[in-house]
Design a protein around this ligand. Structure first.
Ligand SMILES: O=C(O)CCC(=O)C(=O)O
Ligand SMILES: [Fe+2]
Length: 242
């Protein structure tokens, strides 16, 4: 099993939420606590107000921040993320193994970020389906024309890349189509039964394992002031025996 940082041996992780205030001045420990939660729950939600500068320092500690995006509505935007559209559950660019969001301005009517954990996909689908999913490709968000397999075995774990806004490639047999359908049914089941909604308040942060969790949101009003800052982070993974 891969651990991004730190060691979970003997550690009780408790909740996916953390108090930002409690870790003022203890930023190294703060980052470790966030990683523990990302490993355990697939995400971590930092409650209470932090400055944007603190978020930026934190993500730089976490790894290589190679893309920064303002997630807010831009008139006439062609990019889904900056349009008022709902976003069905998806992953972002697979090389962003952690995504961090900082809430500059919340949505007055609470448009939450929706999360589904696929960390157990290997036990929920048959071996054959997993193999077939590694032969089906979906687009890589933010890189027009680039595709990546839905499922990839990397460093002993599964790395997901999934998006349903454009047709998948590689559906060459009925077996492939069935495997994709089983994957989509699993997502729907989790959406109906195990959905996590995180409505960020001003100054709060959310971190997810983007190779494991899917995220999305409902429609936004065209005039919402909602503004999240998104960092795509390439974390140097450590492989540890647990
Ligand atoms: O607006 C959101 O909550 C998430 C949007 C999204 O998919 C992203 O920032 O990658
Ligand atoms: Fe996204």
């Amino acid at each position: 099993m891969v651990n991004f940082s730190g060691d979970m041996n003997g550690r009780a992780v408790g909740e996916p939420t953390l108090s930002g205030t409690e870790f003022r001045g203890k930023e190294r420990q703060f980052v470790e606590e966030i990683f523990l939660r990302i490993n355990f729950f697939g995400y971590s939600h930092v409650l209470d107000f932090s400055e944007r500068d603190r978020f930026e320092k934190m993500t730089r500690r976490m790894g290589n921040v190679w893309n920064v995006t303002d997630v807010r509505i831009e008139a006439g935007s062609h990019a889904m993320v900056t349009s008022p559209s709902d976003l069905s559950l998806h992953t972002d660019h697979p090389q962003a193994n952690v995504i961090g969001w900082y809430c500059e301005e919340p949505c007055p009517y609470q448009a939450p970020t929706l999360l589904v954990d696929l960390g157990d996909v290997q036990t929920r689908l048959s071996r054959r389906d997993l193999e077939l999913l590694s032969q089906i490709y979906t687009p890589v968000p933010g890189m027009s024309g680039a595709y990546s397999p839905i499922l990839l075995f990397q460093n002993g774990r599964v790395r997901l890349n999934y998006l349903d806004w454009f047709p998948a490639q590689g559906l060459v047999s009925d077996e492939h189509k069935a495997a994709l359908r089983h994957f989509q049914e699993l997502i729907q089941f989790k959406k109906d039964n195990e959905l996590t909604s995180v409505a960020l308040r001003k100054g709060e942060m959310l971190f997810i394992d983007n190779n494991r969790m899917l995220h999305g949101r409902d429609f936004l009003a065209a005039d919402t002031p909602r503004h999240l800052v998104r960092h795509w982070i390439k974390v140097n993974e450590q492989i540890v025996e647990l």
